[in-house]
Write a protein that binds this ligand. Structure first.
Ligand code: HEM
Ligand code: HEM
Length: 187
């Protein structure tokens, strides 16, 4: 069974910790940025985060999506997975970029900071939704024992493809969704 490289797994899981740290250590409100040490730390963190996201993107961009699958992957399925991954990257770039925009506007005392904060909050919200969808999809695939989980996750490994009446019902429903997407997008 195919698997992601050890480096890909290391980046995926260490980056997940960095993302969680970025979300939990978030700035409470604008007045906190009056502390120059905090402002400098935020800027440094945002730049480092952005650089790591780009390195990861370029390392992963030619890697096959859902490569560990022990089932035939339909084009509609691949389209959804690739779209979610791309949108996750988009939010991971938007979060530090809009943070840096806040820092820039705050430092020079220019207007428009409310809009920058709005964009920053929207990026955070979008990242929660997309990552929840991503994690939910990973657990859903694990429930069916498709091998996709094993390719990226070094713990709680799946042993084999699972079959039950519920799983075959879910797979038939999924097939209809993929067929609709394939027809609509002429994949
Ligand atoms: C419990 C948490 C998580 C689980 C179980 C999980 C599971 C997985 C699995 C199984 C894959 C491989 C999919 C494939 O082969 O195409 C994957 C890839 C990916 N995951 Fe996660 N993931 C988790 C958390 C996260 C978080 C927090 C992020 C973002 C900060 C993230 C971003 C990505 C991205 C962008 C990919 C595509 C491959 C890449 O570019 O590295 N994941 N994940
Ligand atoms: C990767 C870097 C960053 C991450 C992951 C991040 C994450 C977050 C999150 C999750 C929130 C809460 C949003 C919400 O209410 O839903 C937030 C708020 C905020 N962030 Fe960031 N941030 C980053 C960089 C920055 C930078 C560089 C600055 C400016 C120096 C900044 C300034 C702020 C401010 C002022 C708020 C509060 C907005 C308000 O008044 O509600 N952030 N950040």
């Amino acid at each position: 069974m195919k698997s992601h490289t050890s480096l890909a797994k290391f980046i995926h899981w260490s980056f997940s910790i960095l993302y969680a740290y970025g979300i939990f250590k978030q700035v409470g409100d604008l007045s906190e940025l009056e502390d120059p040490a905090l402002l400098n730390f935020e800027i440094l963190f945002a730049v480092a985060f952005l650089v790591i996201v780009f390195i990861r993107y370029f390392y992963m961009k030619d890697t096959e999506t859902l490569l560990g699958a022990n089932i035939e992957i339909r084009k509609g399925h691949l389209f959804i997975a690739k779209s979610v991954h791309t949108l996750v990257y988009f939010t991971l770039v938007m979060l530090p970029l809009t943070g840096l925009l806040i820092a820039g506007l705050f430092s020079i005392g220019a207007g428009g900071i409310e809009l920058a904060i709005g964009l920053h909050e929207f990026s955070a919200f979008l990242s929660y939704v997309l990552i929840a969808v991503h994690v939910g999809a990973s657990f859903y695939s694990k429930l069916k024992g498709e091998g996709i989980w094993n390719a990226m996750t070094p713990f709680w490994k799946e042993k084999e493809k699972k079959d039950s009446r519920l799983i075959s019902y879910l797979e038939k429903t999924e097939d209809k969704v993929y067929e609709t997407i394939e027809k609509a997008l002429r994949l």
